[in-house]
Design a protein around this ligand. Structure first.
Ligand code: PLP
Ligand code: COI
Length: 343
């Protein structure tokens, strides 16, 4: 059994060993039985396609301990659907949605003692991943796959939590190609973002706001999160082929709709940043990370979004509503949570 001497309120967003992970293999044309493992490693063929040609996809979702003591996993069917789309994009064998959900429930139950307590601000991050494991030196798809789900208790992704940070635009980097892999969650996209991300961090920014890779004219997304802004009281967010369709963003758009806030998912030109009154990065890890200032490092333009350095009213309302639903404090009218009883 792993150490459980954790400082729940001060967890980083990182890997903390837990008791179990769950695994399932695809071979001979079918998915096998779910295996429960205590091992933190995988034994791979040295010529596996995931190692050489990047046949790797993953997901990220969270489990929360609610006010009522119940455990809720947020919108896991959406992640099950998205990993299917990523599998299709990378020519991999899709994990059936029911198998995905069964394995999420299993790994959460097995590691229940690692679910952070209500009120700590932390959650159990669930990281499903699928890799191609067939040996091949020619560039082709695997015929065998390994699907694993590991979990780790985590705190906020951006160290400041719900406190505005500065982000930047740098045109010398692209994360993905115009009709490339940006809409799928594959490791290569993140490898391709390391150089720009490191550069931004060295300059004191929390993330890069990527532009559309074709024209460098429109906003795309924000490091490991989608981007939204409030303009004329409307929630605006980029529509683009090269960004990940975020479950959090989709949820925020629905919450806006519920609250009577207009939503526009469309191209957003960089220039429009002059007129935004709030902005944020949104995602499972990021939740809502409000933006204080966006610096365009090529033009020298500085778009100050939050002059007082505080999150804006609409971002705050959305953040509270989303967290409230995830923690069972607000009614889950859309049926987003899977509630796991008895743990
Ligand atoms: N965009 C990228 C590149 C991401 O890695 C993530 C994180 O999953 C998101 C957006 C946000 O997506 P979601 O809200 O589904 O976590
Ligand atoms: C998530 O928000 O779940 C992510 O995958 C983002 C990042 C940690 C890669």
């Amino acid at each position: 059994m792993k150490d459980l001497n954790l400082d729940w309120a001060n967890l980083p967003f990182g890997y903390i060993p837990t008791d179990y992970n769950v695994r399932c293999r695809y071979a001979n044309g079918k998915w096998g039985e779910i295996e429960v493992s205590t091992s933190e490693t995988v034994d791979l063929h040295i010529a596996a396609t995931c190692l050489h040609y990047g046949q790797e996809i993953f997901e990220g979702l969270k489990a929360f301990r609610g006010k009522d003591g119940k455990v809720r996993v947020f919108r896991m069917r959406e992640n099950a659907k998205r990993i299917r789309s990523s599998a299709e994009g990378l020519c991999m064998q899709p994990v059936p949605e029911d198998l995905f959900c069964e394995m999420v429930e299993k790994v959460v139950r097995l590691n229940a003692r690692f679910i952070p307590p209500y009120g700590s601000g932390a959650s159990l991050y669930i990281r499903p991943l699928e890799i191609g494991i067939t040996p091949s030196v020619g560039v082709k798809s695997s015929t065998e796959y390994l699907f694993i789900i590991l979990v780790s208790p985590v705190g906020p992704y951006f160290k400041t939590g719900f406190k505005p940070t500065d982000i930047c635009i740098m045109r010398q980097y692209d994360r993905v190609a115009p009709k490339g892999t940006g809409r799928w969650k594959t490791g290569g996209n993140y490898a391709a973002s390391l150089m720009s991300g490191n550069h931004a961090h060295e300059l004191g920014y929390s993330a890069v706001l990527y532009l559309d890779p074709r024209e460098k004219k429109y906003l795309d997304e924000c490091g490991p999160a989608n981007f939204f802004a409030i303009k004329d009281g409307k929630y605006i967010t980029p529509a683009s082929d090269s960004i990940l369709p975020s479950v959090t963003n989709k949820s925020l758009m629905q919450l806006c709709d519920d609250m009577g806030i207009d939503v526009e998912a469309r191209h957003i030109a960089v220039d429009e940043l002059k007129e935004v009154t709030e902005a944020g990065a949104c995602g499972t890890a990021a939740v809502i990370s409000p933006v204080r200032e966006i610096d365009d490092l090529d033009t020298g333009d500085k778009y100050v979004v939050s002059a007082d350095g505080e999150p804006g009213p609409i971002s705050t309302m959305l953040y509270n509503k989303l967290r409230g639903i995830q923690l069972g404090e607000e009614e889950d009218v859309h049926g987003w949570n899977s509630v796991f009883e008895g743990i």
